[in-house]
Design a protein around this ligand. Structure first.
Ligand code: NPW
Ligand code: ADP
Ligand code: K
Length: 495
């Protein structure tokens, strides 16, 4: 079974480099392997004899550029090298790497840059510390301005490795060769869009070193949770597969709950019931078949239903209304200690009241699924949670604060657990930006928890399966299609 893909921050990567060097591999060897991997990527992109411009920066990323330039010139490419700053200012292994380069060194504002067929961006990598200004900014503008394909070394220069944000200006690469492990910026937006196709080159850093330095951040994918996916046994009966309860909104707001319920059923929850306000029973009854229906009048009604211990997973929030009664229903659910997914109105009803949720979800598996707006409303007045530049950090802090797994939606959904584990989802499609898509996601996650998946695994699997279903369906997707696409995704996963 493939191992989960570890994503390393800049400081974790530095420690992995340092540990490898301490274990006996000289740093210059790592740099030579990095430069060789870049040269190989150039060979795959451009025929021999092409004009390659390598733009090196003052740090070790620039060192990788010198190695690649030297190899490519030896292989018959017409290589020009442009350096930000002077050769005298090079430090560390980059000094040694630059010694191999016998050719001319141009300045980054040299007009000759325009003549290249392909540009290698070795300006900055994981060592970027501040916004680009002056000549550094000019260098990036010049590279982008040529309109030529750019291959980024480690990451596109100007992108912050840990947050994926643009530090003033950034290189727009068609391809990136990174080393040992992907960095957060290759998965988070906008960095992902600037990176192009990302390839991870093995430079001799062992998996055990990556594991030792990992801060618990992963790319979301089956390797992270496939082992936990439920598969009914020969003698399984429906009650062993869990019973998901989804609370419906009022008579004119019932669709969201049905979308969630249908998704919970499709993902394998043995039974699913919509808990409906009395006035909406008729409209719900008219549109439900395999999903069951129960009358449920507010918090008291929910309390009564939850006396039956077989309801083991619960969705609260979609179209439930923003008011005190919704908060009271959350409170009932928390006290009942069932697996719980809170979304939409269940989150917005706590606008500015996050302190009421401090540690609230420690006692039962809970997943909060806010989009950015809901997240900001919920944690209003908590700069410690809202202010970090990194979406990963914001999500982790929200998880630690509430005791719930937090899934912060978007094109780069981040899922974080209170214990610090986190995953970035990247298999989605913009077609998922359609009404009711989030309601379906809630149902998938609750349906997985009903079958016994732990909250973090359920949230990660739910996000991935949701995105995969959307991507497989593609153009024309509406939320009703998502649950219907789930069986095809499951067939692949359970093969
Ligand atoms: N370590 C290893 O063994 C291996 C490392 N490898 C490679 O090393 C890369 C990391 O190298 P790194 O740490 O030297 O950082 P890097 O990205 O080159 O930038 C630092 C330089 O940029 C400067 N600078 C920063 N921000 C700036 C700004 N806004 N505007 C202007 N200047 C700015 C900063 O200067 P200072 O901040 O001191 O003024 C410093 O000079 C990594 O991405 C990978 O490619 C591989 O070879 C494998 C083995
Ligand atoms: N551009 C995109 N790329 C990938 N996934 C997206 C994109 N836009 C939205 N999504 C996903 O679609 C879902 C939308 O959820 P949400 O905003 O709650 O919608 P709704 O409230 O209409 O149900 C989330 O899972 C989100 O991650
Ligand atoms: K770079």
């Amino acid at each position: 079974m493939p191992a989960p893909e570890i994503i390393l921050t800049a400081s974790e990567m530095r420690r992995a480099d340092a540990a490898t060097i301490a274990a006996g591999t000289p740093g210059i060897d790592l740099m030579r392997r990095a430069g060789r991997a870049v040269a190989e990527a150039v060979q795959a992109m451009s025929p021999k004899g092409s004009r390659i411009a390598v733009v090196s920066g003052p740090g070790q990323n620039g060192g990788d550029g010198f190695v690649a330039a030297t190899l490519l010139a030896e292989q018959g490419y017409r290589v020009s090298l442009f350096l930000l700053g002077s050769r005298k200012r090079l430090t560390g292994d980059a000094i040694e790497a630059a010694k191999g380069w016998a050719g001319k060194i141009g300045s980054v504002d040299d007009a000759a840059l325009d003549e290249a067929d392909l540009i290698v961006d070795a300006l900055f990598g994981t060592g970027l510390t501040r916004d680009l200004e002056g000549m550094a900014r000019l260098a990036v503008d010049r590279m982008n301005g040529t309109g030529k394909p750019i291959l980024a070394v480690d990451l596109p220069s100007g992108i912050d490795s840990d947050t994926g944000e643009v530090r003033g200006v950034a290189v727009k690469a068609v391809r990136t060769v990174t080393f040992a492990a992907r960095k957060p910026c290759h998965l988070l937006l906008p960095g992902r869009a600037y990176s192009g196709a990302v390839e991870v080159a093995d430079i001799g850093i062992l998996r055990e070193t990556l594991e030792a330095e990992s801060g618990g951040l992963f790319a979301n994918g089956p390797a992270l949770w496939r082992h936990a996916l439920p598969k009914p046994g020969l003698s399984s009966h429906k009650y062993e597969r869990g019973h998901t309860l989804v609370a419906s909104g009022g008579a004119t707001r019932t669709g969201a709950a049905r979308l969630a319920a249908r998704a919970a059923l499709r993902i394998g929850s043995g039974l699913v019931t919509v808990a409906s306000p009395p006035e909406a029973l008729g409209v719900n009854a008219a549109q439900l078949t395999a999903v069951m229906l129960r009358g449920c009048d507010g918090p008291e009604g929910l309390h009564a239903i939850l006396q039956d211990p077989r309801f083991n997973a619960l969705v609260l929030g979609p179209a439930l209304g923003v008011h005190a009664a919704t908060r009271a229903m959350v409170s009932v659910a928390v006290h009942a200690r069932r697996s719980l997914v809170l979304d939409a109105d269940a989150l917005t009803s706590f606008e500015g009241l996050a302190s009421e949720l401090h540690g609230a979800f420690r006692h039962a598996p809970t997943v909060l699924t806010p989009h950015g707006g809901e997240f900001n409303r919920l944690f209003k007045g908590h700069p410690d949670i809202l202010d970090p530049e990194s979406k990963i950090e914001r999500t982790r802090r929200a998880a630690a604060y509430t005791g719930a797994v937090v899934l912060l939606k978007g094109a780069d959904t981040v899922i974080a657990a209170p214990d610090g584990r986190a995953a970035i989802n990247e298999n989605g499609t913009p077609y998922l930006a359609t009404a009711g898509s989030g309601d379906t996601l809630c149902g998938l996650i609750a349906g997985l928890m009903a079958q016994g998946l732990p909250a973090f695994e359920a949230a990660c699997a739910g996000a991935w399966i949701h995105a995969e279903a959307g991507a497989q369906f593609g153009p024309g997707l509406i939320s009703e299609d998502l649950a219907e696409q789930v069986p095809a995704v499951l067939r692949e996963l359970l093969r």
